[in-house]
Design a protein around this ligand. Structure first.
Ligand SMILES: O=C(CO)COP(=O)(O)O
Ligand SMILES: O=C[C@H](O)COP(=O)(O)O
Ligand SMILES: [Zn+2]
Ligand SMILES: [Zn+2]
Length: 359
C-alpha cells in the first residue's frame, strides 16, 4: 500500500481550505487508534515519528507498522513524516526507511538545544530539501524557536527544545525572514514560532494574544499565502484529560494548552499541519491510570490498552472533524514519489511569491 507525501496532502488541504493533524506514534496501539479515528471520519492521516520514536520502536518496526496500518485502512492515505530531524543523516535515513516526508529543524543546531544562526538554518534546510526532492520526498523547515512567551523558555522535558532564555524576537517568526527562508530553501511547509511549546505545560492561564500570537501567523500568511504553515506544540491539554489523570493518582499541576478554536482560526490563516503528541499521551496515560486504580488485580495489558486506544480514538476523531480533515480521504488520488520527483525537477512545485511580494 503506497504512502503519500506531505506535499501532496497539504496541497490538497490548501486547495480545499482544511487542516490536518499530525499525530506522533511510537507503538501499534497509538497507530491503530489514530487509524480507527481516520476510518470513522474518512480522513487522510499524517503519522510522525520523532528521533526518540525511531530509537524506541526501531526503523524497521516503524516502517512495517505503518505499512500494515495503511494496508488495513486502504482508504485513509497516510503520510509517514520524520518529526524534528536534527541533521542530514536523520532525514536521509528516514527516507531510506520509507518515510515520505521529513522535518529538517534547522532552528536549532544538531544538539537540538542551541538556537542556530539564520545562515546555518538556510544552508542545512536547502541542502536537505534538494536531496529529499530528488527522490520525491517532502520537507518541512522551521524558522523561529519554539518556546513560551510567558517564561522565554522551551519545555524542559522535550527531546528537542532550546536551552536558556529566548528573546521575543527568537520566539516569534519574522514574516519578512519567512519569505526569504521559503524562497531560498524551497521547503514544502514551514513550521513557525508563535508562543506554543512542546509538552503539557504550555501556558499558566488560558492563552490570550500576549502569550499565543495568532497575529504572527496572520502576518506570515499575508506575505506567504501559498506556503503551508505548520503549528508545533499544538496539543490542547484538555481539562478532562488532566482530571482523568489526577482523579486516578496523577499529580499534574493545572496547565493550559492551545485551545482548539485558536487552531481552527489558524487553519483559516494558512495553517495546514497541526502537531499533536501530548494529548494522545495524556489520553493513553489517563486510561492506564484508571484501570490500575479501579482494578488493582488486573494484569492483562490488553485490559489497559483497549480503553487507552478508545480514548485516543475519541480525541483524534474530534480533531479530524474540527480541523475539516473529515470526509477528505476518498477525494485524494495518490501520486507516487517518483512522480513527485519529476514535478520538483520541472520546477512546477517551486515556492510562489505572493503578488504583494513580487519585486
Ligand atoms: O509539536 C509536536 C511534535 O513535533 C507536539 O506538540 P505537543 O507537545 O503540543 O503535542
Ligand atoms: O517534538 C516533540 C514530540 O512530542 C516528540 O517527543 P519525543 O522526542 O519525546 O518522542
Ligand atoms: Zn523546533
Ligand atoms: Zn514539534
Amino acid at each position: 500500500m503506497a504512502l503519500i507525501t506531505l506535499r501532496q496532502l497539504l496541497d490538497h488541504a490548501a486547495e480545499n481550505g482544511y487542516g490536518v493533524p499530525a499525530f506522533n506514534i511510537n507503538n501499534m496501539e497509538q497507530g491503530l487508534a489514530i487509524m480507527r479515528a481516520a476510518a470513522a471520519t474518512d480522513s487522510p492521516v499524517i503519522l510522525q515519528a520523532s528521533r526518540g520514536a525511531r530509537s524506541y520502536a526501531g526503523d524497521i518496526m516503524l516502517r512495517h507498522m505503518v505499512e500494515a496500518l495503511s494496508e488495513m485502512f486502504p482508504r485513509n492515505h497516510v503520510v509517514l513524516h520524520q518529526d524534528h530531524g536534527n541533521n542530514d543523516a536523520t532525514c536521509l535515513s528516514a527516507i531510506r526507511h520509507g518515510f515520505t516526508s521529513v522535518m529538517m529543524d534547522g532552528s536549532l543546531e544538531e544538539d537540538m538545544k542551541t538556537p542556530a544562526s539564520y545562515d546555518y538554518n538556510i544552508e542545512i534546510t536547502a541542502r536537505v530539501t534538494r536531496a529529499a526532492h530528488a527522490v520525491g520526498a517532502s520537507v518541512e523547515g522551521e524558522l523561529g524557536v519554539l518556546g513560551s512567551l510567558e517564561t522565554g523558555e522551551a519545555a524542559a522535558e522535550d527531546g528537542s527544545g532550546a536551552e536558556g532564555k529566548l528573546s521575543h524576537d527568537q520566539l516569534l517568526t519574522d514574516p519578512d525572514e519567512a519569505v526569504d527562508f521559503v524562497m531560498r530553501t524551497k521547503c514544502d511547509a514551514l513550521a513557525i514560532a508563535c508562543g506554543t511549546s512542546h509538552g503539557a505545560y504550555k501556558f499558566t492561564r488560558k492563552p490570550d494574544g500576549d502569550i499565543l500570537s495568532m497575529d504572527t501567523i496572520a502576518a506570515i500568511h499575508d506575505k506567504l499565502p501559498n506556503t503551508h504553515l505548520v503549528m508545533h506544540g499544538s496539543s490542547s491539554v484538555p481539562q478532562y484529560l488532566q482530571d482523568l489523570i489526577n482523579a486516578n493518582g496523577g499529580e499534574m499541576p493545572q496547565t493550559y494548552g492551545v485551545p482548539v478554536e485558536e487552531i481552527e482560526k489558524g487553519i483559516r490563516m494558512g495553517v495546514r499541519k497541526v502537531n499533536i503528541d501530548t494529548d494522545c499521551r495524556m489520553a493513553m496515560t489517563g486510561q492506564f491510570r484508571k484501570v490500575a486504580q479501579s482494578k488493582p488485580d488486573e494484569f492483562d495489558p490488553r485490559k489497559f490498552m483497549i480503553p487507552a486506544m478508545d480514548e485516543i480514538e475519541a480525541l483524534c476523531r474530534d480533531r479530524f472533524e474540527r480541523f475539516g480533515t473529515a470526509g477528505r480521504a476518498g477525494k485524494i488520488t495518490p501520486v507516487s514519489m517518483d512522480d513527485m520527483a519529476k514535478r520538483y525537477a520541472s520546477g512546477a512545485l517551486d515556492p510562489q511569491l505572493a503578488a504583494n511580494q513580487a519585486a
